[in-house]
Design a protein around this ligand. Sequence first.
Ligand code: ADP
Length: 585
Amino acid sequence: MLNFRSKILISFIIAFIIIIGLMFPFTASTVRKISYNAMELRSEELIAKLISAPNNDALVRRLKEQKALFFFRISVITDERKVLYDSHTKRLLGNRFSQEYTVDHPEVLEAFKNGIGYSEDYSELLGQKFSYFAKAFDFHGKTYVLRTAFPYKYMTDLTHDFEIGIIGMTTVILLLFSSMTLFIINHLTKPIQQIINAVKPYQEGRVDTLPEIKINRSPSDEFHKLAETLNSLSTRIQKHIEVLTLERNEKRAILESLVEGVIAIDSYMNITYTNQSALNFLNIDIEDNLINHEFTSELEPKCYQLLRSCQQLKKPLTDTLEIQQEGPKIYLDIVAAPKKGNTGAILVLQDKTSHYRILEMRKDFIANASHELKTPITIIRGFAETLHDNPDLPQETTVLITEKIVRNCKRMTNLIKDFLTLADIEKLPESRLSECNMIEMINYCREMIGNVHPDAKITVNNLTQHEIFLQADYSLLELAFMNLIENAAKYSTPPAQIEVTLEDLGKMIRIKIIDKGIGIPEADLEHVFERFYTVNKAHSQKMGGSGLGLSIVRTIIDKHYGKINVSSKVGVGSTFTVLLPRREI
Ligand code: ADP
């Protein structure tokens, strides 16, 4: 693109060429006109001197006298179109010259007719082209014609001289004019250049704010006023930008801090925004910047379909999504809603894993509980039917059967008691918390287990030299330790050797239940706290267990904001470590 100054210069050059082009034909005709005018004037002067001559001879004499005024060639033609006098022919023709020669040159005929005649012709006699001019005059009542000739070359030379003069003059005028114009334009556009230079760093992105425009002009100058207007305009724009940036950052911060994932797309399914949570849910690396990329079905088919459908149906749609990441499965509720004005859609991903997990756990629990209850019921029913169908069974058999019925009833009662305990722990009321003496509690448990497992050797070790107190639900915590110590006794080859240690760690209390029992295989270690999990079902059932004991223990410890873990080695023994925080619950 040409700049303003170059455009002006080019326009001048074009104007110059046009002027010169037009000047050439104009110059030629002007020169011809001037030449003929001059010839007419001189002819009139000569005619004035000739007409007073008394006769033809006197006229010829006068013509010869006036030789100094002569043109290049001059002749006088009588009314009979005979040459009375010719300045050149007589000399050139010699004896061949005759006054009887009738002239029929076009300019002469024209002069006889109209008073004046012009023509241009090549003269064989003089060997060059001439411009002829003929003028008629009255000589004693007769019409004579004065014919003059002017070498054509003089005319073309004159025209050339004129042309060169015009070119020279036009060039000088053009140069003068264009340099003046350039100077004026330079002076006028300097402030514009200053404005352009001032905003250039902003335009090129080198600075974030529009720089102030400074112009060295008087305050009344229009450019100074323009610069001031631009400055105030840029200040206002800057303020607007700052407000908008603040608002945008605020909105972005809100969206970024949402635990819900948010993805926005335009009407062409191109992603315009994603927050971090959304990237985490869809397992997308932050490096793979999704902005301006199309939301394809490969990215997430269900979300893709929901985004498309909500735009087609123009209403929000919901669905659920299961995502299997490296860790456990996550469950998401997804909502896709069309943006206002059909400009795309928004997808919101909500983590509902805990909700779905609880639902699943409930389902599992009911299934397991029903299954656990079904076994003793089936056994009881079987034995009851035997008794019913065989009323004459021997006494010993009846006793054996009824004993089995009673044992299974007890098992069912225990199971139901465990279910109720678990259900009860789900809601731990504040009112049940009290100051518990932990040494006393563990000693009581030792006593109780001692009644059931008299051969078990249980030692209690307080590693701290003072009493240990804790805000807790006494009966629940007692149940937890009872279960742990009983397990240690149950899963040891008699006589069981159990050690319980208590330690006050300041903010925490650590209680360890150590046994030298059968131990737990490594593969089972992470599952023993799950409901209904047993390492050896037959052994557990023989011991009256149902796989709920440790899950009850963990729920109780959780409710007290504590932690429990186990380390074990098959054939060596197990250690259950309980950490309970000493704080107001
Ligand atoms: P159960 O009612 O079967 O005892 P628990 O939930 O109390 O159920 O224990 C789950 C499983 O963990 C048990 O079946 C048992 O195999 C294993 N277990 C628990 N405590 C011990 C321990 N101290 N030594 C060895 N195995 C244990």
